[in-house]
Design a binder for this molecule. Structure first.
Ligand code: HAM
Length: 417
């Protein structure tokens, strides 16, 4: 027997029943994005490697350990996108979107790739529903992006999501914080894990990504970023909190939240859910005022978020509906000639936009009726030799079991059923 080829580890097939939930979520998301004035952007899943290195940061776990990097046939260094923000920023610059409108509100829905160790809620190919608001430094842009994210989670059936927020301040505040951390850890470098020893030298903020208990313990007594915020950043952060209060959005301030990507400045946030176990972040984001300038674009402020679709589905458990599409009519043709007639009627019905199917194989009437039941067809029309001769057939309402005779030439006139 030929060897069976299996799915790659960390990837998943989304089978039809589950895909119905995805369709539901994506349709909901699109309608809420439209309500908030966001437009869709589709960028490629593959980009020049340098884009991610420069955006997400050389020393981050994503760049160091998780990217799918390879050389294409033209020896170009490319990567599968590990997230969407960098690509949206690149596209924003490349298409001079700053000139088209002072604020660009963009959203994306699609797969991302990270070569992580797979576990529940952690995949190598996963999907994000994300949004980026580019062009505004207003605290209301932050509050609106958070409110949009929370609305999406709620509309998709998720309750009990917990929002944590923090502020990393501007570049100067971040530098001041890094300096304070360096001072704090100067005499304790030997107590850090091997990774954090490197992080101490190269990018000290990344110590916050460490899972090692000893490193985490040291961080607990270290200075907090909020102690290093300048007046403007403090008041901006306060305004965002006030706006969230006004919208009735509950949150807690977490001084340990720094996010695992280097591009963040200002307000950052993460949403977790108790149904998720170890990988409990269902969505996250924040402000990144320097990213677009840093990768060669105009100096424009921006903020955004991404929801992990698989994690949202996991957290919502069975609350997301899988609504099967209705089959208005199932047509059964008994014999080759009757099947030809059925196929012709099928075309007429579909032209009118009616959802219909026919029994493709010449199975017994009984097994075709069973199939019609299984797909929850609302009506069934059976055509055999005698119906062909008389030009009339019985149409059966599967819900109330009523039957009605109908002329074959009138079947496409649905009001007659
Ligand atoms: P992130 O925190 O890296 O942020 O990812 C956002 C969400 O994607 C996570 O909260 C999680 O739900 C999901 N996710 C991440 N990695 C995996 C994985 N391996 N398996 C399953 N789900 C995963 C970003 O990607 C930023 N681009 C968000 C953002 C947009 N910031 C500003 N704008």
């Amino acid at each position: 027997m030929a060897k069976e080829i299996k799915l790659l580890r960390g990837m998943s097939d989304i089978l039809p029943r589950e895909a119905l939930k995805w369709q539901y979520i994506e349709a909901k998301a699109r309608s809420i994005f439209a309500q908030y004035g966001y437009e869709e952007i589709k960028t490629p899943i593959m980009e020049e490697q340098g884009l991610f290195i420069r955006s997400i940061g050389e020393e981050t776990d994503i760049v160091q350990k998780q990217m799918y990097n390879f050389k294409d046939r033209g020896e170009r260094e490319v990567s599968l996108r590990p997230e969407g923000t960098a690509s949206v920023a690149r596209a924003y610059i490349e298409h001079n979107m700053d000139q088209a409108s002072p604020v660009s509100k963009l959203y994306y829905i699609g797969p991302m790739f990270r070569n992580e160790r797979p576990q529940a809620g952690r995949l190598r190919q996963f999907n994000q529903i994300g949004a980026e608001a580019i062009g505004s430094s207003s605290p209301y842009a932050d509050a609106e992006i958070i409110s949009l994210m929370m609305d999406l989670l709620k509309a998709c059936g998720l309750t009990g999501a917990e929002l944590k927020i923090n502020s990393l301040g501007c570049e100067t505040d971040k530098k001041a914080f890094e300096k304070a951390l360096k001072k704090e850890f100067a005499g304790k470098v030997n107590a850090l894990c091997e990774d954090c020893k490197k992080r101490y030298e190269k990018n000290i903020l990344r110590i916050f990504d460490c899972k090692n208990e000893a490193c985490r313990q040291l961080l607990r007594s270290a200075p907090k970023i909020t102690e290093c915020l300048c007046k403007d950043c403090l008041s901006g952060f306060d305004e965002v909190k006030k706006a969230l209060d006004l919208s009735g959005i509950k949150y807690s301030v977490s001084p340990f939240l720094v996010r695992g990507l280097d591009y963040y400045t200002g307000v950052v946030f993460e949403v977790s859910h108790k149904n998720l176990g170890a990988q409990d972040a269902v969505a996250a984001g924040g402000r990144y005022d320097n990213l677009i300038g840093d990768i060669g674009g105009p100096k424009v402020p921006a903020c955004g978020f991404a929801i992990g679709t698989e994690r949202m589905l996991m957290a919502a458990k069975d609350k997301i509906e899988a609504r099967e599409p209705a089959v208005e009519i199932f047509l059964i043709g008994l014999g080759r000639e009757a099947q030809r007639e059925v196929f012709k009627i099928l075309g007429q019905l579909r032209e009118k936009g009616i959802a219909c199917q026919m029994g493709l194989d010449e199975k017994s009437l009984k097994s075709q009726m069973r199939f019609a039941d299984r797909i929850k067809a609302k009506r069934v029309l059976i055509i055999g030799d005698s119906e062909l001769k008389s030009g009339n057939a019985l149409i059966r309402n599967m819900e109330n079991k009523e039957q009605k005779e109908i002329s074959l030439k009138d079947v496409a006139d649905t009001h007659l059923w």
